[in-house]
Design a protein around this ligand. Structure first.
Ligand code: MG
Length: 298
C-alpha cells in the first residue's frame, strides 16, 4: 500500500470513529473538541509512520505553527531545527558541491523538519530569472539558512556578488556554515541587520559594500512580509536600482504581502512591469502561492 493511501485510510478511520461516536451520543457536551484533538493527533502519528506524505499532518509543520510568534520575532522555530540542518548538511552533502547541498536541504525539509525555504517549485522560478538577467550585483532580504542564496549563487554569473541581509545573527552563522560547506562562502556577503533599523544597515551597505545609485541588478525579497513594501521604498529612495533591475518577491499570497502586490499593480506599465508566477508553497503541492517578478522601468 502506498504511504499516502495508508495515511488517508488511518486518518479517515480516526475521523470516522470520532464522527460515529458523536452521532451515537457516546460523546457528551464539551467532549467533541477532545475527540477532534485526538483524531488530529492520531492522524499526525499515522502520517509520521507512513513517511510524512502529507505536509499539514507533519509534526514539524504543526510545531512550526505553534511557534509562529517566536518565528516572527527571532526567525527561528525554537526547536533547534535550523542548527540540526547544519549538522545534516555537513554529514550528508558532499563538501564543495552546491547541487548536493541544495539536494540535502530539500531532503531535510521533506524527511526531517519543514523549513521556510523558498523550496524547489518556487526556487526554479528564482533560478530562471537570475539565469536570464545575468545580474552582477544581487541583494537578498532574508537569508534564513542560506537555501535561496545557494540557488542564486548557482544561477548567477561566476564574477557576480550576492549580498544577503539577515535579521538573526544565529541564522547568519548557520547560513555561513552551509555556504562554506558548499564551497561558495566567498561569493556571498551576509550582513546581519535589517533595512528598517533606522539607517545603520543601509549605511553599512553604502560604506562597506559599495552600494550606490544604480548599483543593484537584482533583489530577492523573502523576509518579514510587512516589510516588503517599506524596504522596497527604502531601496528606491536611495536609487540603488536602475532601469532593467529586477525584483523577485516570494510569499505574496501565503502568508501574503497585499500592500506590495497593490503597489506593483498601481505602477504597472509606468515604473514597473510585473509578472505574477503561480506556484506552490514550499515542500507540498496543495496550497498555492504567488511569486512576483517585477522589472524596474525607472
Ligand atoms: Mg519565502
Amino acid at each position: 500500500m502506498r504511504a499516502s493511501s495508508l495515511t488517508s485510510l488511518v486518518a479517515g478511520a480516526v475521523v470516522g470513529t470520532a464522527t460515529g461516536a458523536l452521532r451515537s451520543g457516546r460523546v457528551h457536551r464539551g467532549r467533541p473538541v477532545l475527540w477532534a484533538a485526538g483524531a488530529l493527533g492520531a492522524a499526525v502519528v499515522a502520517n509520521e509512520l507512513a513517511g510524512k506524505p502529507a505536509l499539514f499532518l507533519r509534526w514539524s509543520f504543526l510545531r512550526m505553527l505553534l511557534g509562529h510568534r517566536r518565528l516572527q520575532t527571532t526567525w527561528q522555530v525554537g526547536d533547534g531545527r535550523e542548527d540540526a540542518l547544519v549538522a545534516y548538511v555537513t554529514r550528508h552533502a558532499r563538501a564543495g558541491d552546491v547541487d548536493d547541498v541544495i539536494r540535502a536541504i530539500d531532503r531535510f525539509c521533506l524527511e526531517r523538519s519543514f523549513l521556510i525555504n523558498v523550496g524547489e517549485d518556487k526556487g526554479e522560478i528564482l533560478d530562471r530569472v537570475v539565469r536570464r538577467i545575468r545580474p552582477a550585483v544581487l541583494l537578498e532580504l532574508g537569508t534564513y539558512c542560506g537555501y535561496s542564496a545557494l540557488r542564486m549563487v548557482r544561477a548567477m554569473p561566476p564574477d557576480a556578488r550576492l549580498h544577503s541581509i539577515e535579521f538573526s545573527p544565529a541564522n547568519a552563522r548557520i547560513a555561513r556554515r552551509i555556504l562554506e560547506h558548499a564551497g561558495v562562502g566567498d561569493r556571498v556577503t551576509i550582513v546581519v541587520g535589517t533595512l528598517g533599523d533606522g539607517g545603520p544597515t543601509m549605511e553599512r551597505l553604502r560604506t562597506e559594500h559599495g552600494f550606490a545609485a544604480g548599483a543593484l541588478d537584482f533583489v530577492f525579497v523573502d523576509h518579514d512580509k510587512d516589510a516588503y513594501l517599506p524596504d522596497l521604498r527604502r531601496i528606491l529612495d536611495r536609487q540603488w536600482l536602475h532601469p532593467g533591475s529586477v525584483v523577485v518577491a516570494d510569499n505574496v499570497r501565503i502568508p501574503g504581502a497585499p500592500a506590495y502586490r497593490q503597489f506593483m499593480r498601481m505602477h504597472e506599465g509606468r515604473h514597473w512591469r510585473t509578472t505574477e508566477h503561480e506556484a506552490h508553497t514550499e515542500y507540498q503541492s496543495l496550497v498555492k502561492d504567488l511569486v512576483l517578478e517585477s522589472e524596474y522601468l525607472g
